[in-house]
Design a protein around this ligand. Structure first.
Ligand code: COA
Ligand code: MG
Length: 291
């Protein structure tokens, strides 16, 4: 099931956890990494595990610390027995990290009496310079891999950049490259491509512009950092009435001409790639209608 909005909630912030649970986000990412100061980690792990146990289901994910940190295994040991829907792995450096995480998850699932393989994985796949060269490694996907997203903040820090934006607000070329490669990596691996955070959380206009552009490009969802970002993201990744009607007409045109690979519609050539796009739009409608 595709999640459109993925809301980050700092794992040590009780008030925000309550607020996040009340939001319409398709997925919540209970964070143990960048939004939690290391001294608060032990308390955050306990709080996150308690929230997971109180709210079983498919919506709650946990972002653990990176494998390069000393915290990743303790994070996993604390939260996997509480059965999160999945783990978000930051600073992933390629498919080998997914395999490694998969082994950790298997051991912890079996130890906790959970079904082996139940915990999904989403990777933040562009946060280190080395990661950019490993994006092709995610395909074919590990059976647990559900989604791939990208990040421009840690990458900028690692590259020594002063800013990841140009003067006009657009992403600088290095980050556009990371975004595009992440999109292609997700498509090649046949997992959901999720766009990165929009940090200016008071600017709904900027968020909507970026979310719409992401959807046009092929992303199926976007990370959020504030509850106010959830509704605009859900809307941006839900096809509108005109789009649905157009997609239905394309599907109908092919259904009416079963032998044809290409048909004319409103004076335009429509062929197989258009059919595939139309079917994708209709699938997204199905997703948006779920409870
Ligand atoms: N999840 C749940 N609730 C949140 C939230 C979030 N990510 N961000 C803000 N809220 C809550 C606030 O607690 C506040 O609730 P209250 O009125 O009951 O006190 C309400 O929404 C309004 O918040 P606001 O005052 O507009 O923002 P803020 O200044 O308190 O917080 C941030 C701003 C950026 C610190 C906050 O949005 C945040 O923590 N975001 C997530 C950061 C994160 O996880 N980063 C890691 C990934 S990049
Ligand atoms: Mg980060």
């Amino acid at each position: 099931m595709t999640a459109r909005s993925w809301l980050f909630v700092p794992g040590d912030a009780e008030r925000k956890l309550t607020k996040g649970l009340a939001s319409e986000a398709d997925a919540l990412i209970l964070d143990l990494e960048d939004s939690v100061a290391p001294p608060n980690l032990p308390a955050a792990r306990k709080l996150v595990a308690a929230v997971l146990r109180e709210h079983p289901g498919t919506r709650l994910w946990v972002r653990i610390n990176a494998f390069a940190s000393p915290h990743a295994l303790a994070d996993l040991a604390a939260v996997v027995p509480a059965a999160p829907a999945g783990i978000v792995l930051p600073k992933a450096d390629g498919a080998a990290d997914v395999t490694r995480l998969g082994h950790c998850l298997s051991a912890l699932e079996v130890a906790a009496g959970l079904e082996e393989g139940r915990t999904r994985i989403a990777v933040v796949a562009t946060e280190t310079p080395a990661a950019l060269f490993a994006l092709g490694s995610y395909a074919p996907a590990h059976p647990r891999l559900a989604a791939l997203t990208w990040g421009a903040e840690d990458l900028a820090a690692a590259l020594g950049a002063v800013s990841n934006r140009e003067d006009d607000g657009a992403y600088a070329p290095a980050y556009q490259l990371a975004r595009t490669l992440a999109l292609a990596a997700a498509a090649a691996a046949e997992v959901d491509a999720i766009d990165t955070v929009f940090t200016d959380f008071r600017s709904t206009e900027g968020l909507v512009r970026e979310a719409r552009a992401a959807r046009r490009a092929g992303f199926v969802g976007k990370l959020a950092i504030h509850p106010d970002q959830v509704a605009p993201i859900n809307a941006a990744f839900t096809p509108d009435v005109a789009e649905i009607a157009h997609a239905e007409r394309i599907v109908a045109a092919f259904a009416a001409n079963p032998g044809l690979g290409t048909v004319g519609l409103d004076g335009r050539m429509i062929d197989r790639p258009h059919l595939k796009q139309a079917q994708r739009v209709l699938a997204a409608v199905g997703n948006a209608r779920r409870p």
